[in-house]
Design a protein around this ligand. Structure first.
Ligand code: DGJ
Length: 745
């Protein structure tokens, strides 16, 4: 039995610093400490662990629905065979080399070369609130939102300390953990592996869900049974990447979108990462998320520390949908720092698919005029505006030379931008805003920058510098590169009336000079992001990594929206956007209506279908040249833009319910419900014709059973009827889409 007192009342500030594991202290009802047993309590979650007093190890007790008071300790199966006790228990921060043969959360190479660790409990502190993570993005909140428990572990043999910080956001059933490792000894050590989160689940069957894909095919959910042995995903691309997202869900095999237990894990990080799930010989499931050990090898001199990124873990007993909504609410309110997190996302027109590199000052003013006439409120000039000696007329030159191309802009940017921002969106008194594309972390060998600073490009000695999309990555770990980016971006933003930046990133990192370069790069990049977004808080920043190659919680700290994919085919986008929504809020997704046939798939879909899919993203836009559109399609645009503006507050702040999924159904459906529950909007799609079939019913979720709802075009029904019986919406075309508003009476 693990002894425990009942919950105690909250206390303010720093309330407990224990070096003696036997003294009981309490901090608040959200963090309760009894001796050396620890409980983190959310509204619907308990996270419990304790110190094994015979070994000093931290033992995981529970992560799931509420448990209170004393809890039964795990019975350790009798020892018979090779696996000793460390491999038979659920460990909170598994170290290496003492008989636990599962994947460790930490591996340190000591001064003497040993990689054994013996990290034992030493002390703990509890504070209201949550300290910042030095140099890293992190969730934030006041003492009313979050309480933080820090447990210090210490290895007497190597003099290495590990501080585990657990922050509980009780309203969101979220436990956020990071780890700080300090070399307290006299020689150098190397941190070879460090997981931000490590948790051992009891002996139960679980499924795991990850988001995988590639360029233009991001965020496709993969669900599989957790098998004995190790399985996982990760990135060694230098960035979080299109290939796998730094996200994991573990769910009960019976869990669905709307019911059952789900645990979600999301790493607040943009670099290479590792997600490992291991079912050990005893049947426990271990989940580890953190820095990719293949790209770490972090050296610490005496007194130096390494802080891991943080991992957000949420628990839901309301299915995968409940897990997603917890992430969305937490990230909207306690991760994204921008003032645009939940408001003011103007409908935009982006020049990329319409014009590519082929424009000049006069043609973009014409396009902006045309955009404004349709009701567009932000005109975004994409790739191709810069480069003097090496003009960016295609993707072979110019990156690094951030001066307007004089052939395209003979009088610089300010004058055409003034003309554009002097235009007014149709039927409003709103001035058109202007945004511009940059790719600051990259350089083309065909550039003045590369000729002046070849050493700034990532390289490993004399190994060839391999090109991707004709470009190299600048080594943002170097302070001079960080300063270069900060300086040119500051000059650019001061040079014209620019209120939006699309920050692109179009290749992975090769030829790193050392494994630790990736994390150093990330620290440099976050410094750049932080400096610029703090200096220009009124700029709306959009992240982009060849589409969704850097759609992660690290970027979201600074940029409130991210371009979800270079695949703008609306049918494909339903899967990509709903996959992305497993963890990231729809408010954070950039989604555009593009021309047909689609540039990526060659498919032709109705203009309304393309518009409806795009308006499920927080940043709705057009990605086309209206001059090239069929008259009927063009005529439909003003109505679609208006509709996008009408639904936008619900997308930005509402709760998302994935009513049916494109992988399961010919009729995917998504419902957004406003924060106060008074309004909702349904998006419903038919993805292929179906002959001689009865009309399926859309069954709603998340409504108030007892309340009456006016359903646009359908009448008034109770929440119970809408949820338990549902409504039919027939289509008379092969593919189709509808948007339906609900008002609570
Ligand atoms: C990749 C982005 O994802 C596109 O939207 C576009 O900006 C191109 N880069 C421009 O090179």
């Amino acid at each position: 039995m693990v002894r425990f007192t009942t919950r105690l009342a909250p206390a303010a500030g720093l309330v407990a610093l224990l070096s003696c594991p036997t003294v009981a202290q309490a901090a608040s009802s959200n963090v309760v400490v009894d001796g050396t047993s620890f409980a983190l309590n959310g509204e619907n979650v308990s996270y419990r662990f304790h110190v094994d007093n015979s070994t000093g190890d931290l033992i995981s007790d529970h992560f799931g629905g509420i448990v209170t008071g004393d809890i039964p300790a795990d019975i350790v199966s009798s020892i018979n065979g090779w696996v000793g006790e460390p491999g038979r228990v659920r460990r909170e921060f598994p170290d290496q080399g003492r008989g636990d043969f599962r994947t460790p959360a930490i591996r340190v190479r000591q001064t003497d070369g040993y990689t054994v660790s013996d990290l034992q409990y030493q002390s703990h502190t509890v504070i209201q609130g949550k300290p910042e993570l030095p140099g890293l993005p992190a969730t934030f909140g006041t003492g009313d939102d979050v309480t933080t428990l820090t447990v210090r572990l210490y290895d007497n043999y190597s003099s290495v300390a590990a501080d585990l910080s657990y922050s509980i956001f009780s309203k969101y059933d979220a436990v956020v953990r990071s780890v700080n490792v300090t070399n307290m000894g006299k020689g150098n050590i190397t941190v070879e592996a460090l997981a931000s989160m490590s948790v051992d689940f009891p002996f139960e069957d679980l499924d795991m869900i990850t988001l995988s894909g590639d360029w233009a095919r991001e965020a496709h959910p993969q669900r599989r049974k957790v098998q004995y042995g190790t399985q996982g995903v990760g990135s060694s691309a230098g960035y979080s990447s299109h290939l796998h997202n730094p996200f994991l869900a573990l769910v009960d095999p019976a869990t669905t979108e709307s019911s059952g237990e789900a645990w979600g894990f999301s790493l607040v990080y943009t670099g290479s990462f590792s997600v490992d799930v291991e079912k050990g010989s005893q049947g426990f499931t271990r989940a580890l998320l953190g820095l990719n050990p293949n790209q770490l090898s972090w050296s610490l001199g005496p007194g130096e520390s390494l802080t891991s990124p943080e991992c957000v873990s949420v628990y839901s007993n309301n299915g995968i949908g409940g897990m997603s909504r917890m992430f969305h609410r937490l990230y909207r309110n306690h991760l994204i720092k921008s003032k645009f997190a939940t408001s003011d996302r103007p409908p935009l027109l982006n020049s990329w698919e319409g014009l590519s590199f082929n424009y000049n000052a006069s043609t973009i003013v014409d396009l902006a005029q045309e955009s404004a006439d349709l009701g567009i409120k932000l005109f975004v000039l994409d790739d191709g505006w810069f480069g003097v000696k090496y003009p960016r007329d295609d993707d072979n030159a110019g990156l690094g030379d951030w001066t307007p191309n004089p052939a395209k802009f003979p009088h610089g940017l300010a004058s055409p931008v003034d003309q554009i921002t002097g235009l007014q969106a149709a039927n409003t008194s709103t001035d058109l805003r202007f945004g511009i594309w940059v790719e600051p972390e990259m350089v083309n060998p065909n550039s003045t920058l590369y000729h002046e600073h070849p050493d700034w490009a990532m390289h490993a000695g004399s190994y060839p510098r391999t090109l991707q999309r004709n470009q190299l990555v600048l080594n943002v770990a170097l302070p001079e590169v960080q300063d270069f980016i900060i300086d040119f971006m500051t000059k650019l933003l001061n040079s014209a009336d620019i209120s939006y930046i699309k920050w692109d990133n179009n290749r992975g990192i090769h030829e790193m000079p050392s494994p630790s370069t990736d994390h150093k790069y990330m620290l440099g990049m976050y410094r750049v992001f932080d400096t610029l977004t703090t200096r220009f808080p009124n700029v709306l920043w959009e992240g982009c990594g060849s589409g969704g190659g850097r759609f992660d919680a690290g970027v979201l700290q600074y940029f409130p929206q991210i371009w979800a994919s270079d695949d703008t085919d609306a049918m494909e986008r339903i899967t990509i956007q709903l996959g992305t929504s497993l963890v990231y809020p729809p408010s954070a997704m950039g989604a555009h209506l593009s021309a047909v046939p689609n540039q990526q798939t060659g498919r032709t879909l109705p203009i309304s279908f393309r518009g409806h899919v795009a308006m499920m993203g927080g940043s709705f836009g057009l990605e086309l040249d209206p001059a090239d559109m069929p008259a009927d399609d063009k005529a439909a645009l003003p109505g679609l833009i208006k509709l996008a503006e009408k639904v936008n507050p619900l997308i930005l702040k509402g709760d998302l319910y994935r009513l049916s999924l494109p992988e399961d159904s010919n009729w995917p459906a998504v419902l957004f419900i406003s924060e106060n529950g008074s309004q909702a909007v349904l998006f419903y799609f038919q993805t292929a014709p179906r002959i001689n079939n009865s009309i399926p019913r859309v069954r709603f979720q998340g409504l108030d059973s007892a309340a009456m709802y006016k359903v646009e075009g359908k009448g008034v029904y109770s929440g119970a009827t809408l949820m338990n019986m549902g409504l039919q919406f027939p289509f008379d075309t092969d593919v189709g889409s509808i948007v339906v508003f609900l008002e609570k009476e």
